[in-house]
Design a protein around this ligand. Structure first.
Ligand SMILES: *Cc1c(COP(=O)(O)O)cnc(C)c1O
Length: 425
């Protein structure tokens, strides 16, 4: 859509702008392939001389419409969908890192991303230094090396619900001549738009609030178009120097602000796969149509639960950034003035054992490996998602052994609190 609409309208109508007689609803282009009339037409697509669809591993019209909606919501210039949030974070990093390179990341990030950075990237020859996101700019800057290619963090960390000082991280990244990549899964662009605070690339696990109904795993990468790759051309040869697999084309010269996403699509997606299925993109789009309605309800429900828990004698501690007195309340007021997310964490007096017993007693809230969908769910990260981490790694990631991750849905808050009450009893 050409006109600048606001977020709520973009959620409903962004990305798909049907012309006369075309379907009102975004169709599922359930086709692996696309037809051409001459061999020459197809050859031009392979050489990136013309834009067009030829094979769904690289691009599909359904996916592109949904990616365009998310790009508009984040205020970016280009976006691509991936098969999962894991693929989105991997591609965002691997698009600008080679063997022998180094990255810096906040410690308080999703367990899957932590493993990707600490274990799997290492096998590919890319090293990660983890930093305390609350440390001073000087301390964090010490983690950088001449071969550092990016800084990474989560707007609200999963599951520690720590709020990142995005402006501080952007200042550090830019003073080191590297982009800031922000995983914005938990707040979604409804509650925070990291580009407005200096982030360069945003990633999402669309599996969470964007889909919102726990129906489709997916991811997304959005580029702000703001990072000047050519100003640091020797650091980013993949973007700024001729690419041998495309007859010596240079991405920044040919695609300008679209360089990052075009390279990820035409080299990483081409070689590694991980496209989101058009069917899943269709489901994601339906989720996005109500994102602006669901997020405020998730947030008001979660705040009610957090307030209830923090007044309960059996509860040892509660973390929720919107709670007065929470360590991250000031940062939340700055970056998340309209609400944060529906996820909170807490521990019970009696520790790990008591927390597990409580979870097993819940009736409405279900034990599932998921967060951020319409149904209230609960998980014990130390026994589930973060099982691979040692006790000291857990501590660094901000996860106490008794931490219960509670993902508040959009049900009636009275029923959610009553369920917690009976389980605590
Ligand atoms: C779930 C999650 C991921 C991984 O996404 P998948 O879609 O499960 O692959 C990445 N980052 C955050 C913050 C997440 O919550």
């Amino acid at each position: 859509m050409s006109k600048k609409f606001t977020t709520g309208t973009l959620c409903v109508q962004g990305g798909w702008d049907p012309k006369k007689g075309e379907p009102r609803v975004l169709p599922i282009y359930q086709s692996t392939t696309f037809k051409y009339e001459t061999s020459e037409q197809m050859a031009k697509l392979f050489d990136l001389e013309e834009a067009g669809y030829f094979y769904t591993r690289l691009q599909n019209p359904t996916n592109d419409a949904v990616a365009a909606k998310i790009a508009a919501l984040e205020g970016g210039v280009a976006a691509m969908l991936t098969s999962s949030g894991q693929a989105a974070n991997f591609f965002a990093v691997f698009n600008i890192c080679n063997a022998g390179d180094h990255i810096v990341s906040a410690t308080g990030i999703y367990g899957g991303t932590y493993n990707l950075f600490a274990v799997t990237l290492k096998k590919l020859g890319i090293e990660c230094t983890f930093v305390d996101q609350d440390a001073s700019e000087e301390e964090i800057a010490q983690a950088f090396r001449p071969n550092t290619k990016l800084l990474f963090g989560e707007t609200i960390s999963n599951p520690g619900v720590m709020v990142l000082d995005i402006e501080k991280f952007a200042r550090i990244a830019h003073s080191q001549g590297v982009p800031l990549i922000i995983d914005n899964t938990f707040p979604t662009p409804i509650n925070c738009r990291p580009f407005e605070w200096g982030a360069d690339i945003v990633t999402h696990s669309t599996t969470k609030y964007m889909d919102g109904h726990a129906t489709a795993v997916g991811g997304c990468i959005v580029d702000s178009g703001n990072f000047d790759w050519d100003a640091y051309a020797n650091k980013f040869p993949g973007l700024c120097e001729p690419d041998a697999s495309y007859h010596g084309l240079t991405f920044t010269k040919t695609f300008g602000k679209g360089a990052f996403i075009t390279k990820a699509t035409t080299t990483l997606m081409r070689d590694l796969g991980s496209i989101q299925s058009p069917q899943n993109a269709f489901l994601l789009n339906i989720g996005l149509e109500s994102l602006h309605l669901r997020m405020p309800r998730h947030c008001s429900n979660a705040l009610a639960v957090a307030q209830y828990l923090s007044n309960h004698p059996k509860v040892a501690w509660v973390k929720y950034p919107e709670l007065e007195g929470d360590k991250y309340n000031e940062l939340a007021k700055k970056y998340l003035p309209n609400g944060s997310c529906g996820v909170l964490s807490f521990g019970l007096k009696g520790g790990r054992e008591e927390s597990i017993r409580f979870m097993d007693s819940l009736k409405l809230a279900a034990i599932v490996t998921h967060v951020a969908d319409s149904r209230t769910s609960v998980l014990h990260p130390a026994s589930h998602t973060h099982r691979q981490l040692s006790d000291s790694q857990l501590q660094e990631a901000g996860i106490a052994p008794d931490l219960i991750r509670f993902s508040v849905g959009v049900e009636d808050p009275k029923d959610i609190i009553e369920d917690i009450e009976q389980a605590l009893r």
